[in-house]
Design a protein around this ligand. Structure first.
Ligand code: ZN
Length: 485
C-alpha cells in the first residue's frame, strides 16, 4: 500500500551563527554557566532599548547564500514576528518575512550510487534572532535564561524536493558540512546549534496536487531525522487508507517511543501579524560586498570529495571520510605533498593510515585533527618507510606511539634497529631451520592441512623478531615447501 504513495519532504534548518556578539546588541554569544549573565536592555527586551544590526550576521548569511547558489537581495528588511512566549521578552522575534536576504538557490546531495547526485532547491535563507530558554523545574516552577536571547540564526528553507527519509538525511548532512566549511556554525545538532524541522505530506503516485502538510519538530539528531520521517510517512499513508482526513498540524518526534505526537494545529503566517521592524534600517548589499565575501569562499565539501577521487585516485568512500571535516582533508593533502614519491598508490597508503591509525587516536582521545600532535611530514615518512618495504606495516604501527611522542619515524627505526630484513639468504636460512624443526607439520601440510602455512609464516617472522619482509617470507616458504615435497 505504501508503495502506491509518494512522500513530499522539505526541511527548515536553523543554524546558530558563530559571531562573537549577538545579532542586535554587544552581548557575548559564548556559553555561560550563569543564567542571564550575557544580557543587556536590548536582549532583555526592555522598553526603549534599540537594536543595532551586527555586520557579521549579514556577511555570514551572504556566505551561505553564495555557497547554495542563491540570489542575494540588494535590499532586504527585518520584520517583527509576533507571538507570546515566556522566554521571548519583547513579545516578538526580529526575523525576515517578505524578501529574505537570499533566495532561489540549490545544493546537490548524494543519492544512491557513488558520485550520483540530486539537486534540491533552496527556497530562501533569512536572518533572525534566537529566543531565550525556559527551564522547567518541577520543584521551583519555570525559570527563564536569556543568555541565548538575541543570538543570531539563519533559517535555510528547502524546496519540497525530497522524496525519502534518506534524501532528507543526506540534505541535512550536506547543509551541516557546508556551514562548518564556511566557519559560520559549529554544526552541532545534539547541542542545538543546528536545528531541523521537517514538512511532510504524502500523495498517490502520479497525483499533481500536494497532500496535507504536517510539520515535525524536535529532530535533534541525524538518526531521529531519518526515523521520524519514515514513521510519519507510514502514519500518514495508513491514516489516508483508513479514510481519515489529515489536518495541518505540528507534531513532535518522541525519541523514546519512536512516534510523532500532535503538538498543536499548524499556525499560519497571518497568526504572527508580521510587520516591518521600525527600529532597524533595511539591509543594503552592494556588489563589492558580495565580491569580497565570494573571494573568501573555501572549496565546498562535495566539490572537494570529487576532487580527492579524481586527483588522488581515492575510492569514493575514502574521499567521503577525509572530507567530512575540512581540517582532516587539509591534513591528508599536506601528508601527500610531503611524500617524496607522488603516486596514487602512496596517496592510498596515506589515506589508509589516516582512516585507521590517526582517526583511532583522535577518537580515543576525543579530540579533532587540529589537536593531533604528529606533523604531516612524519606521516609521509612513516608511509614511505613501509611502502619501500624498509619496515613492515606491523612495525609501523608498533612505533606509532613514539612518533606521536615527537620522534621522527626514521629515528625510531634506526635507534631500535627495526629495519626490515629483505635479504633472501638470511630469510631462507631461517625458513629451512623452521621446516627442519617442524617435520611433522610439514608432513601434515602435504597431506592436506594447508592452513598450517600461516603457522610456518608466523614461526619464521617470530624467529626474525618480526622484522622480516612478510612478502619474501611467504615466497620462500612456498618455494621450499614445493621442493621438500
Ligand atoms: Zn544584549
Amino acid at each position: 500500500m505504501i508503495e502506491n504513495y509518494e512522500a513530499i519532504i522539505g526541511l527548515e534548518v536553523h543554524a546558530q551563527l558563530l559571531t562573537a556578539t549577538k545579532a542586535f546588541c554587544r552581548c557575548s554569544t559564548s556559553y555561560s554557566l550563569s543564567p542571564n549573565a550575557h544580557t543587556c536592555p536590548v536582549c532583555l527586551g526592555l522598553p526603549g532599548a534599540l537594536p543595532v544590526l551586527n555586520r557579521n550576521v549579514v556577511d555570514y548569511a551572504i556566505k551561505m547564500g553564495l555557497a547554495t547558489h542563491c540570489s542575494i537581495r540588494e535590499y532586504s528588511v527585518f520584520s517583527r514576528k509576533n507571538y507570546f512566549y515566556a522566554d521571548l521578552p519583547k513579545g516578538y522575534q526580529i526575523s525576515q518575512y517578505e524578501d529574505p536576504i537570499c533566495h532561489h538557490g540549490y545544493i546537490d546531495i548524494e543519492v544512491g550510487e557513488e558520485g550520483a547526485t540530486k539537486r534540491i532547491g533552496i527556497t530562501r535563507i533569512h536572518m533572525e534572532e534566537d529566543s531565550g530558554k525556559s527551564i522547567h523545574d518541577v520543584d521551583i516552577d519555570t525559570l527563564v535564561d536569556l543568555n541565548r536571547s538575541g543570538v543570531p540564526l539563519i533559517e535555510i528553507v528547502s524546496g519540497p524536493d525530497m522524496r525519502t527519509a534518506r534524501e532528507a538525511y543526506q540534505y541535512l548532512n550536506q547543509i551541516r558540512q557546508i556551514v562548518m566549511y564556511l566557519g559560520i556554525c559549529d554544526g552541532n545538532l545534539e547541542e542545538g546549534s543546528l536545528r531541523c524541522d521537517a514538512n511532510i505530506s504524502v500523495r498517490k503516485k502520479g497525483a499533481t496536487e500536494f497532500g496535507t502538510k504536517i510539520e515535525i519538530k524536535n529532530l535533534n539528531s541525524f538518526r531521529n531525522v531519518e526515523k521520524a520521517i519514515e514513521y510519519e510517512i507510514k502514519r500518514q499513508v495508513e491514516a489516508i487508507e483508513q479514510g481519515e482526513i489529515l489536518t495541518q498540524e505540528t507534531r513532535m518526534w518522541d525519541a523514546g517511543t519512536h512516534q510523532t505526537k500532535s503538538m498543536r494545529s499548524k499556525e499560519f503566517a497571518h497568526d504572527y501579524r508580521y510587520f516591518p521592524e521600525p527600529d532597524l534600517a533595511g539591509v543594503n548589499v552592494t556588489d563589492a560586498m558580495i565580491e569580497n565575501i565570494g573571494n573568501t569562499m573555501p572549496e565546498l565539501p562535495l566539490a572537494r570529495k570529487k576532487r580527492f577521487v579524481n586527483e588522488y585516485g581515492l575510492p569514493w568512500y575514502d574521499a567521503g571520510i577525509l572530507t567530512e571535516s575540512q581540517h582532516l582533508g587539509t591534513y591528508f593533502e599536506e601528508c601527500c605533498q610531503s611524500l617524496t614519491q607522488q603516486t596514487k598508490d602512496r596517496y592510498k597508503l596515506v589515506s589508509n593510515w589516516i582512516m585507521t591509525e590517526v582517526l583511532r587516536y583522535l577518537s580515543d582521545k576525543g579530540v579533532g585533527i587540529e589537536q593531533f600532535p604528529v606533523t604531516s611530514s612524519y606521516i609521509a615518512e612513516l608511509v614511505e618507510l613501509f611502502a619501500a618495504e624498509l619496515i613492515s606495516s606491523k612495525i609501523a604501527k608498533d612505533i606509532f606511539p613514539e612518533v606521536i611522542a615527537g620522534e621522527s619515524p626514521k629515528s625510531v627505526v634506526e635507534r631500535k634497529g627495526l629495519l626490515q630484513i629483505s635479504d633472501e639468504s638470511i630469510i631462507l636460512a631461517v625458513v629451512e631451520k623452521i621446516l627442519a624443526e617442524q617435520t611433522d607439520n610439514v608432513t601434515k601440510y602435504h597431506e592436506g592441512k594447508k592452513n598450517l602455512f600461516g603457522h610456518f609464516v608466523s614461526s619464521t617472522l617470530k624467529e626474525l623478531g618480526g622484522k622480516a619482509n612478510p612478502r619474501i617470507v611467504t615466497k620462500l616458504l612456498q618455494e621450499r615447501l614445493q621442493e621438500v615435497k
